[in-house]
Design a protein. Structure first.
Length: 364
């Protein structure tokens, strides 16, 4: 099995188009055409992880955080990033990062976070904007079903929990081919008026090339008439953070102790207790201070995230309980999810969970 075959599975799990613009995801080091010997899954691809991959005969490391975030002008081994990259290259080890591609997925980092706490009725906290497009095309009735099915097969027509969604309307189309045309209906220079079906479907923008290819291959017209629109709709199943509910409300201190146990956190920093029970919970794995206002607007009783600064705790505004459980801790179970996904999709192949703890933060 080549590395690129494993990468295609990873992109099914977390499409790279879902990642934030600032992020650096995908294959960071290595040759995707190399034969894969094994996969080591970790949180951070550091030097000791490269050593572990060598010992376990894995030439592909799948990590959550990218080891390369910004460009390297020199690779001299002066810091941990450069030393890791050098060691990986010397030992023909590829490194692939998922990061915000999995953060934004409806079954990704924040759903894993919610599941660890047993939250129900979960939904995305900050739905992704400017990610949905609409295709409108026109064809004769005899060709409509073939075109629709081809578009569905390419990934169009998915709305929330529904698939194969389209709107179809009847109308009259007109055209006249010039001397260079080869019309499906009528002859050159003949004015044609015919019954047509207008087909409308939505799709995620990164699928556009695939969907247009399906349209052109399935359509009977020589010149395919189509329109593509950018939509302002939010994508309800893609985005950062998540909000859900406990099955039973809890007192604030009991809730934080519960979180500490479930997320194996050695310490939790939090805002003032408000003297009310906790039922509705917002979560965002990793650094999430930017979403405090979103948690408040969503009516959360508590917001769990990480990397909060001193003054950011004031942003709770006595409207919710704000808690920093630690960056690593908030993403703790992500690598387990990746391992389980790969093992289900790739049978009889070594997919190994790293035994190294890459959390740089220690507690007394």
């Amino acid at each position: 099995m080549k590395i690129k075959e494993i990468l295609s599975v990873l992109e099914e799990m977390a499409p790279l188009a879902y990642a934030e613009d600032f992020d650096n995801v995908g294959l960071l080091v290595g040759n995707l055409n190399d034969e894969a010997t094994g996969v080591l899954v970790c949180h951070d691809a550091l030097e000791n992880i490269i050593d572990e991959a060598i010992a376990k005969k894995c030439n592909l490391i799948v990590c959550f955080h990218p080891i390369l975030f910004s460009g390297l002008k020199k690779i001299t081994g002066k810091n941990y990033v450069e030393r890791t990259v050098i060691k990986a290259i010397k030992n023909d080890i590829a490194i692939y990062a998922v990061h915000t591609a999995l953060d934004n997925h409806q079954y990704g980092v924040n759903k894993i976070f919610c599941d660890a706490l047993g939250l129900i009725n979960t939904k995305v906290l900050i739905p992704k904007q400017n990610f949905i497009r609409k295709l409108v095309t026109f064809t004769i009735p005899e060709n409509a079903e073939k075109v629709r099915n081809a578009l569905f097969e390419a990934g169009a027509g998915n709305i929330g929990n529904y698939e194969d969604c389209s709107f179809n309307s009847k109308g009259i189309g007109t055209f006249m081919g010039n001397e260079n045309s080869d019309p499906q209906l009528g002859e050159r220079f003949e004015f044609v008026q015919t019954d047509e079906i207008k087909i409308e479907v939505t799709f995620e923008k990164h699928l556009e090339n695939k969907i247009l290819k399906a349209l052109f291959q399935s359509h009977v017209y020589e010149e395919v008439a189509y329109e593509i629109y950018e939509l302002q709709n939010q994508h309800q199943n893609i985005g950062l953070g998540m909000i859900g509910e406990l099955t039973q409300p809890m007192q604030e201190k009991d809730f934080l102790l519960f979180v500490k146990e479930k997320m194996q956190a050695d310490g939790i920093r939090h805002s003032n207790f408000l003297g009310k029970k906790i039922k509705k919970i917002a979560v965002l794995g990793g650094a999430g201070s930017f979403a405090i206002k979103n948690a408040i607007q969503a009516g959360a009783d508590a917001y769990l995230t990480a990397d909060l600064k001193y003054h950011e705790f004031y942003q709770a505004e006595n409207q919710l309980l704000l808690a920093d459980i630690g960056h690593f801790e908030s993403e703790r179970y992500t690598k387990n999810y990746i391992v389980e996904y790969l093992r289900k999709k790739i049978l009889n192949f070594a997919v190994i969970l790293s035994e190294e703890n890459s959390n740089p933060v220690k507690y007394l």
